[in-house]
Design a protein around this ligand. Sequence first.
Ligand code: ATP
Length: 588
Amino acid sequence: MKFSLVADTLGYMESTTKRLELTQHLVDLFKKTPPEIIPKVVYLLQGKLRPDHEGVEVGVAEKIAVRALSKSTGIPVTKIEREYKKVGDFGQATATILEQKMQTTFLKEDITVERVYDTLFKIAELKGNRSQDMKMKYISSLLNDSSPIEGRFIAKIITANLRLGIADYTILDALSIAFTGSKENRPLLEHAYNVCSDLGKVSESVSKEGIESLKHFQVSVFSPVRPMLAERVKSPQEAREKMGNQFAAEYKLDGERVQIHIEKDRVVLYSRSLENITSYYPDIVEKITKSIKSSRIILEAEAVAINEDTGEFLPFQELMHRRRKYNIAKAVQEYPITVNFFDVMFIDGKSCLDMTYSERRRILESVVVEDAFARIMPMTIVRTDDEVEDFLENAINSGCEGLMLKQLDSPYRAGARASNWLKLKREYRNELGDSLDLVVIGAFYGRGRRTGRYGALLLSAYDEDSDSYPSVCKVGTGFTDESLDQFYQILSDKIVVKKDPRVDSGLEADVWFEPEVVIEIVASEITLSPIHKVAQDKIRKGSGLALRFPKFTGKIRFEKTPENATSVNEIITMYNNQKKVIQSEKQF
Ligand code: ATP
């Protein structure tokens, strides 16, 4: 299959943000794609070669890509660098350079999807000293046969810059329409995806064997399951309205969610966004099998930093020290953790997802051998508001964020945020209540003490319906000197010359970013806004929603992807809840 079909589709998609149009372009492409190539096309569309959790990355430094382009076109490196600086986007610069070359040569052969994919895969596998030269050779040979638009997207993929906003859900919609004739079947595709977290696998199955094949998707060890998420509640009463008179209350620890897959001696750990994080926790890998009485199991736990002398839980930020490539052994010693199990998804060949919470908890209690390192999450069954309050008090005194409330007869709903799990946090009791996780989309240069760094950041929520990032506030408080430096450094990699088409704001930032970095914010209130675009026209014509008095909490949510950020629908719910509170206060 010609790669130009994929490149043309990516080109059309770049010029629209309308979800229906995006989906239709994908449907047209999928219909033209032979089933055996479908997974490759699906991965390439998202700038990937395999699902994220497999950690296969093309990762070519821009310098090498520039040299490769020079080699294949004969145009000097300096000229390419100048063009790149001018347009600010390596993909676009590659296309322009290839256009110049085309005026002097003829195109040779059509490049195929298979060739592009296989070459990129070879590049991803190259390691060691001589790998740079080999990478350059592979790239220049591909670019040699590429048209400008093909070259543009190859360049974007190899430098990990393919961000077109093709969300998983848009791809699932398009697969459903292309291979089952309607969007109605999307829940079945979604189920399969939630269980295996691999869009390539789902696409292959539905394109080759049809919709029935999706029903047979099963949980398996070393394929991470998309995590179940919780809704917020503000009070025990609200929880009771949603869950009835008896439910489980667990401590809500403030650490990192870890999905632990074990088969015999092999242990693999996945983060909340299903990245492979095994290398950050060698202590879990070393100790865990001794604590678990099953040799084939998938468990969920919260890894929490502790003070070994006092047994006190330490805040989430302490786990940041584990996010390093070198000297991890030192970090393990200096920042010890405990692993606190709260769920089981699979045991001895059987999925536990359809079991009730009570059954899963029973298995958990029978399979975990507790010690100072491995623990079962403290839990109690609660029947009254007072019991919830008491347990919340205990939890907070032990250093927790609050409680997780779970319905006793509910299954594990992979990938869903549903009212079978509720979170009740300490801060829900005042002001807005919960914190929000927002995506940094822009920044404003600082003045005075902040000169040379960013003085304020422009933040957005994630709009699941349109797959976009509407702005919701500008934040300039809560930063320390250290965090300002850190932001300047982290964000410098994400700068884009042209605002991403998915980003929408009434403010003009000094600098725009790829929507990637997620940070935690607290605020006092949600108000209508003529500037910010969250829920634009949904509450009132001509207005969006904005946060009042936003403040950075100090937490960069490195374990969250932008699609995991607080969604527009969640903000609308928070706004409506806040309205209810104001109305009920007015009645007194
Ligand atoms: P999301 O709800 O999207 O996960 P979040 O990470 O901001 O967003 P939190 O408010 O932190 O959500 O609550 C959910 C997180 O709480 C889980 O992802 C998990 O890391 C953590 N957690 C701590 N204790 C528990 C528990 N007992 N059961 C489930 N999750 C827990």
